[in-house]
Design a protein around this ligand. Structure first.
Ligand code: SAH
Ligand code: SF4
Length: 440
């Protein structure tokens, strides 16, 4: 009998988080249980991200750290899944002789069989074939219960946008939308289990349903979720500006459970670069959307992703990004220095900008945004906010934490029974990563 403890590390976006929850479920069905210490495990899995070179190097670094464990115990099974596995496939087995198992983004459901094969036959295996649409539609599973008041619910998978810098369409495959009836049934079930907040996830949720005959639009889906008893809050991510319909914008004024926060990645503020990125909108169109969002919902706060140093970005292009940040005043941004990805269009463009110039632009942008973010958060002080209490915080007994509608973490003291309810909390201090409050 081999060691049925497994250790799982997850990198990257919400898609991987959900896939990892699925992995935990599936391995549970074949008698495996999760442990926090790799040294105790008979099976170690890495669910990886390939979106930037940094993420890839990090995953390889972690894999290397497990090699001594494998040297000590050759029965230990080491596996890699997710986006690096999908892109590199068999190559990984050649490169890392101590790796036993490689599984792609469409093959998570096959993991129990693959693990058993490796354990029983001592073979190394790789499975990274993309599946056809019909098979994938059958494979959207509801994950089993977890003790949480907030959950991710997958509404679509894959991406057809092919932004020129992005590897996601290559490693996640074509876009498919899960049937709305299935999504709604899952959310009703989650509500019965005590879940209060759902985040609908997909690479581009705004195009939900547009490629399936007779399917609801994303705005209509939100309306249905809004009507589910027991669910108090709805969020969704990620939104592509080009597919943000008027009906969806209006949801922010109409649906009382929809949080007043939208992650709407702009990537950059220059029309020339937006075109080279194949984003499908202009700066002017983006700003018009932002204006409309504020008209419909004056309290809405936005966050964004920004890429600095896309090939060909001039100082003028970069200044356009800076002025856009000043104009929109995002509550938060997630910013990245461009990282060339094999197989993408932008990887073919000659990139003459020196790394130091990119770094200097990046630092300048961060300084500007930090000041804007700080001002946004400071504005919360002395206000009373609805906080969905997620449970006791790490700070000790009697200390609770939750999130505001703007998705900021709020810490405050109160009785544990408040967990899972919407509490009224007065904000007394704003920090960079959280707010401190007092129960009203
Ligand atoms: N589907 C989502 C998330 C894509 S990946 C979306 O469209 O918004 C998350 C973010 O990583 C992107 O928004 C982009 O800002 C960044 N990113 C993607 N590819 C990148 C690359 N090659 N270099 C640097 N940043 C990248
Ligand atoms: Fe990547 Fe663009 Fe698709 Fe987002 S929309 S996953 S950035 S290709």
């Amino acid at each position: 009998m081999n060691n049925r403890a497994f250790y799982l590390e997850t990198f990257g976006c919400q898609m991987n988080v959900v896939d990892s929850e699925r992995i935990v479920d599936l391995l549970g069905h074949i008698g495996y249980h999760q442990v926090d210490e790799p040294a105790q495990a008979g099976l170690i899995l890495l669910n990886t991200c390939a979106v930037r070179d940094k993420a890839v190097r990090k995953a390889y670094g972690h894999l290397g750290r497990f090699k001594p464990l494998k040297d000590r115990d050759p029965t230990l099974i080491l596996g890699m899944g997710g986006c690096i596995a999908q892109q590199e496939g068999k190559q990984l087995l050649e490169e890392f002789p101590y790796l036993d198992l490689v599984f792609g983004t469409h093959n998570v459901h096959r993991l129990p069989e693959l693990v058993q094969q490796v354990a029983e036959q001592r073979v190394r295996c790789e499975e990274t074939d993309f599946l056809d649409r019909e098979t994938r539609l059958q494979l959207f599973p509801a994950r089993s219960g977890q003790d949480a008041f907030t959950r991710f619910v997958t509404v679509m998978q894959g991406c057809d946008n092919f932004c020129s810098y992005c590897v996601v369409p290559l490693v996640r495959g074509r876009e498919i939308s899960r049937p709305s009836a299935e999504i709604l049934a899952e959310i009703r079930e989650l509500a019965l289990q005590g879940v209060r907040e759902v985040t609908l996830i997909g690479q581009n949720v705004n195009s939900y349903g547009t490629k399936e005959a007779g399917e609801l639009s994303f705005a209509a889906l939100l309306e249905e979720v809004n009507a589910i008893d027991g669910i108090d809050r709805i969020r969704f991510t990620t939104s592509h500006p080009k597919d943000l319909s008027d009906a969806l914008i209006e949801c922010f004024g109409r649906l009382e459970k929809l949080c007043k926060h939208l992650h709407l990645p702009v990537q950059c503020g220059s029309n020339d670069i937006l075109r080279a990125m194949n984003r499908g909108y202009t700066r002017e169109r983006y700003l018009a959307i932002v204006k409309r969002l504020h008209e419909v919902c004056p309290e809405i706060r936005l966050s964004s992703d920004i890429i600095v140093g896309f090939p060909g970005e001039s100082e003028v292009d970069f200044a356009a990004t800076m002025s856009l940040l000043e104009e929109v005043r995002y509550a938060e941004i997630y910013s990245f220095i461009y990282s060339p990805r094999r197989g993408t269009g932008a990887a073919e463009i000659v990139d003459a900008t020196p790394a130091e110039v990119k770094q200097e632009r990046f630092d300048r942008m961060l300084a500007l945004q930090q000041e804007i973010s700080r001002q946004t958060w400071e504005a919360d002080v002395a206000t009373v906010q609805d906080v969905l209490v997620e449970g006791e915080s790490k700070m000790g007994a009697g200390q609770l934490f939750g999130r505001s509608t703007w998705n900021r973490i709020v810490n405050f003291s109160g009785p544990a029974e408040l967990s899972g309810t919407l509490a009224q909390v007065k904000i007394v201090r704003a920090y960079r990563n959280s707010l401190l409050g007092e129960l009203v």
